[in-house]
Design a protein around this ligand. Structure first.
Ligand code: NAD
Length: 355
């Protein structure tokens, strides 16, 4: 077999396990942080206060305004606050929104970051930052955006509601699936992607029934770590493009849109990327990859159709136009007929056409 690839890893220290939040003070010390600014959303203030007391006199303050899509006005307020308390490091405690705020502050101040993720979004493992200003979202990718250290503590994910756990997990799996057939795929991320798909395939049905199953939670967080690396390391194709288009045009919820679309976009690419799709099917113990993802989504009661997420039926033509407007690489060439049929099936909640 001939091998041909480029592999680049961003330096990051990862500590994973139950109760690992306890070692936050040591991790801060490793990075020379003596005046940490703790970041969170308004919903997670109590958690952030506990983390602040863990840090004791190494905590300089708490900023609790992290919000979806990293609004620049929030970031600028946080930068001002960080300067006013002379913070010398950032602790981002929460999901992708909080991690995004930490990245945005760090980019403007150079402060080191420790991310403590509490969802499966995976942002903590990427050098990607999406920000919004005046309703416009811009995304940039730079090595210095990547947090220096990440603490994965399964205890902090136990309260993630069952429904959100499922859609957040399917959203993460989409990064792994697309990394497997990306133009810049490489053996390291491919191994991680398959490991992550198998872990989520095992964990999500258990979490849907018993959200307090700590072993399943640990498996899911482990999968999320790998999926984050996949997102940060490999280029994304049809699936991410379609979700971006649909979310933007019809204001659809992010993780739920990924959950509905993933079996369909996987089906679209199943013949063109047959070798990797066979491995996905094996990882999910399914007859084929699209069917495996479809069955997984049904088993955890994830949203089934774009219709139920609020997309109007007469938007299918418009979405097809938007998806085809800026051509981009995808294993299966994009045809108007094929993309239209895919979106139509996803809108109606039908089984993927190729499953
Ligand atoms: P989120 O961070 O917005 O969190 C959603 C809600 O869940 C918040 O209210 C939060 O406080 C709450 N929450 C978080 N963890 C919880 C827990 N364990 N228990 C109970 N409630 C909890 O959502 P998200 O899906 O993690 O992140 C979405 C954002 O991250 C989007 O803006 C997305 O664009 C971004 N993102 C960025 C990257 C990247 O690489 N730049 C990657 C993935 C996602």
């Amino acid at each position: 077999m001939m091998h041909d690839f480029t592999y680049e890893a961003l330096p990051v220290r990862v500590v994973f396990g139950q109760g690992k939040i306890q070692i936050l003070p040591q991790e801060a010390e490793r990075l020379g942080i003596k005046r940490a600014l703790v970041l969170c959303t308004p919903q997670q203030v109590q958690w952030a206060e506990e983390v602040s007391s863990l840090l004791g006199d190494k905590c300089a303050g708490l900023f609790h305004e992290a919000a979806m899509h990293t609004p620049v006005d929030v970031t600028l307020r946080a930068v001002e606050y960080a300067r006013s308390v002379q913070a010398d490091g950032l602790i981002s405690l929460g999901g992708g929104s909080t991690t995004g705020l930490g990245k945005a502050i760090s980019l403007r101040t150079g402060l080191p970051q420790i991310a403590v993720p509490t969802t499966y979004a995976g942002s903590e493992m990427t050098g990607i930052l999406g920000e919004t200003e005046n309703g416009i979202k811009t995304t940039q990718k730079k090595p210095e955006i990547q947090p220096e250290a990440v603490i994965y503590d399964v205890d902090l994910t136990m309260s993630l509601p069952a429904g959100l756990s499922g859609t957040s997990g399917l959203n993460a799996m989409a990064h792994a699936i697309e990394a497997l057939y990306a133009q810049d795929r490489n053996p390291v991320t491919s191994l991680m992607a398959l490991e992550a798909i198998a872990a989520f395939g095992r964990a999500l049905p258990v979490i849907a029934k018993q959200p307090d199953d700590v072993a399943a939670r640990s498996d899911a967080l482990y999968g999320a770590w790998f999926c984050g690396i996949c997102l940060g390391s490999a280029g994304m194709a049809l699936h991410h493009k379609l979700c971006h288009v649909l979310g933007g045009a019809f204001d659809l919820p992010h993780a739920e849109t990924h959950a509905v679309m993933l079996p369909h976009t996987t089906g679209y690419n199943m013949a063109a990327a047959a070798d990797v799709m066979d491995k996905v099917a094996s990882a999910l113990n399914a007859p084929n990859a699209a069917r495996g993802l479809w069955d997984l989504a049904r088993s955890i009661n994830a949203p089934r159709s774009l219709q139920e997420l609020g997309m109007p039926e007469d938007g299918i033509d418009h979405a097809t136009d938007l998806a085809l407007r800026n051509p981009y690489w995808n294993p299966e060439p994009l045809t108007r007929e094929g993309i239209h049929a895919l979106i139509k099936a996803a809108w109606a909640g039908d089984l993927p056409l190729q499953a």
